[in-house]
Design a protein. Structure first.
Length: 221
């Protein structure tokens, strides 16, 4: 989720656009668009520190040195369970139905068994949400399980890729902003060129216009 991560870094750090673009793998003009709120899609920031992808020490190094390039850190290895359901903190358990609904809606190629292992739930619960017979179906709102903290982005991406391969389809990729990327870049370049020309014209005196100090203009309401 590079665009969401870039949005968070723009709002919460003093890093340069170039540093953020390098860390997130984006074009610097995309970061500029996110900062200016001209991106095609309004993004919700994603904290890379909480996701264990970046440390505050790295951010501080980057803020002190504009030429510093931050390094992504590997998150702590997940404890792998060979038997039994995945453990989910009590505070997160109420979010499971929303995460399950999101996967069913966005990745129907993933089997119920795989969803159960990822989220830590039962096939019965998944089936009830799938056929809308769940007791609380009216209040279930599909939400990204990564955002809910039910799994990591790496785990979800790996599961999606595996399910897509088994189903003989191409794994989906994050294409947010891709459709408008070139147009956005061209628009930003045009705006910068126009601003540069205006600045040069002002310095050379070309943009100055003679002021009419006639009686009509001086006393005009």
């Amino acid at each position: 989720m590079p665009h969401a991560t870039a949005s968070w870094l723009v709002d919460n750090t003093a890093l340069s656009f170039e540093q953020i673009a390098a860390f997130c793998g984006l074009h610097i003009l995309e970061v500029q668009a996110i900062a200016d709120d001209t991106a095609a899609t309004k993004l919700t920031g994603r904290d890379p520190v909480r996701a264990h992808e970046l440390t505050m020490d790295e951010i501080e190094k980057g803020q002190k040195n504009p030429n510093y390039r931050m390094q992504m850190t590997k998150g702590p290895d997940q404890v792998r369970r060979t038997k039994g359901p995945r453990y989910t903190p009590v505070s997160k358990r109420q979010d499971k139905p929303d995460g399950i609904a999101w996967i069913i809606r966005n990745h129907p190629e993933i089997s119920d068994g795989a969803i159960g292992k990822l989220i830590g739930t039962t096939r019965t619960t998944i089936a009830a949400i799938r056929d809308r017979s769940h007791w609380n179906i009216a209040n279930i709102v599909p939400k990204d399980p990564v955002t809910l903290g039910l799994c990591s982005q790496r785990e979800l991406d790996a599961l999606v890729a595996k399910a897509a391969k088994a189903a003989g389809i191409e794994a989906p990729v994050d294409e947010r902003l891709e459709g408008d990327r070139e147009a956005l870049i061209e628009q930003l370049r045009a705006e910068r060129d126009a601003a540069s020309r205006d600045a040069e014209a002002a310095l050379s005196g070309e943009s100055e216009r003679p002021v009419d100090y006639t009686r009509d203009t001086l006393f005009k309401n």
